[in-house]
Design a protein around this ligand. Structure first.
Ligand SMILES: Nc1ncnc2c1ncn2[C@@H]1O[C@H](COP(=O)(O)OP(=O)(O)O)[C@@H](O)[C@H]1O
Ligand SMILES: [Mg+2]
Length: 423
């Protein structure tokens, strides 16, 4: 550009580029008469003319082909490096594995030192006795002072099957997960987050925890829950450790409780002693099962009532929880006050009617008999006078499909049909 400026003596001469004409030389109209002979006019603008020259064309070609060449070279180099890596893939993979292993081992060592893990006693016995156990991740996140350690004891004869009750957020899942993790860490040869630990080797650890998002795979939460439960029932042995976190949650209360109950019975039938199990549940009714079998033990996570509120103590104590505190937890979570108050009213109504009882023919087991036959006014059981045709739509809208069994739905449909036919 400078050279062309000096050669032509046009100070405003510029070299530019656009996609249509490529490189060009732009000269303002005022200097048009100074344009030398070799310039070829390409484009006329309001205030300027654009030219090309033979030399510029040649330069342009060189620049453009250089770009192509650069891309080609880059690709060739990249492919070369790739090939080089492939040629050494064996040793490289081995190195990566070794480094990963070292990384793991040193991480385990460091955390064991930092958080005061202990060397577990692992034997062929049938007992698991964990003293002052912590959750390795939560302890790290919350800090050692904030985390409340707990003892978990699974016995040989007694207390092989622990039912842990307590409100939501009380720390049930944490105890379950810590136990499974501790056993796993011990059996892989690591130190464990306990003050002391005695672990009879287990052959498998089964877990049914959390409702992770399987919906994208086209399976409902309940289906996932049940197929995992089925897998446990098919494959657990009396040497296995089974962790069940709230099974039966994905369906209606009675279905869920019935399934939880039957699954518990079945787990106790495995082998001679039954599978060692930790079962966290919000079905208080299930705690009644303990009175029938000395292998079952009720535990709960302590909470303290403070006026209207509850305080979580995160301490595992003997005996079942006496209340579910669901409404208090809802309030803690920020559900609006009037909704919480309304929930309390509804709860009182339900409790007064003795509706939340396991309905079972023959009245077994004790304490689960339906207290009052009076039915609660829920959409599925509404009094006839409100089932007039014009209201049918509203009732259908109010049905909670996620909590309706096929049988309930069929009954509801039959009722609707009957009412409509009566006119
Ligand atoms: N032992 C503990 N010490 C301190 N905080 C705990 C402890 N256990 C649980 N928490 C806290 O309570 C939360 C809820 O615990 P979680 O085990 O999920 O309760 P649940 O299963 O009973 O609903 C955890 O995310 C954690 O922050
Ligand atoms: Mg939980």
């Amino acid at each position: 550009e400078t050279r062309e400026r000096e050669k032509t003596n046009i100070p405003s001469l510029k070299i530019g580029f656009n996609k249509v004409f490529g490189y060009y030389i732009e000269v303002t109209k005022t200097h048009r008469d100074k344009v030398p002979e070799g310039y070829i006019r390409k484009q006329t603008l309001v205030n300027a003319e654009r030219y090309i020259t033979q030399e510029l064309k040649e330069l342009e070609e060189r620049i453009l082909s250089a770009q192509e060449e650069r891309v080609g070279l880059e690709e060739a180099l990249f492919k070369g490096i790739r090939q080089e890596i492939v040629n050494h893939k064996g040793p490289l993979k081995r190195d990566a594995e070794l480094i990963a292993m070292l990384d793991c081992l040193q991480a385990l060592t460091r955390i064991a030192q930092k958080n005061g893990y202990t060397r577990p006693v692992v034997d062929q016995g049938d007992e698991i006795d964990l003293k002052a156990m912590r959750h390795p991740v939560l302890e790290e996140v919350l800090g050692q002072d904030a985390f409340i350690p707990n003892d978990v004891h699974l016995g040989e004869e007694c207390a092989r099957f622990l039912i842990i009750t307590g409100p939501n957020m009380a720390g049930k899942s944490t105890i379950l997960r810590s136990t499974a993790l501790t056993v796993l860490m011990a059996q892989m040869g690591g130190f464990v987050p306990c003050e002391s630990a005695k672990i009879g080797v287990v052959d498998k650890i089964f877990t049914r925890v959390g409702a992770t998002d399987y919906l994208s795979r086209g399976q409902s939460t309940f289906m996932v829950e049940m197929s995992e439960t089925a897998n446990i029932l098919h494959n657990a042995t009396e040497k296995s450790l089974v962790i069940l976190d709230e099974i039966g949650r994905g369906t209606s209360t009675y279905d869920g409780l019935a399934i939880a109950w039957a699954v518990s019975e079945e787990l106790l039938k495995i082998g001679e002693k039954g599978a060692k199990t930790l079962f966290a549940t919000h079905y208080h009714e299930l705690t009644k099962i303990a009175s029938r079998d000395q292998r079952i033990k009720n535990l709960s996570v302590a909470v303290k009532e403070w006026g209207e509120e509850i305080i979580f103590l995160y301490r595992l104590i003997e005996g079942p929880a006496n209340k579910s505190y669901g409404i208090q937890v809802a309030a803690l979570a920020g559900v609006p006050g009037h909704v919480v108050r309304r929930a309390k009213e509804i709860l009182e109504e339900i409790e007064a009617q003795g509706h939340v009882r396991l309905e079972q023919e023959g009245g077994e087991p004790e304490g689960l008999k339906k207290k009052a036959p009076r039915q609660l006014t829920l959409p599925l059981q509404c009094p006839r006078q409100c089932l007039r045709l014009k209201k049918a739509g509203e009732y259908i809208r109010d049905v909670d499909l996620n909590n309706t069994t096929p049988l309930e739905a069929l009954n509801f449909l039959a009722m609707l049909k009957q009412e409509i036919e009566k006119g």
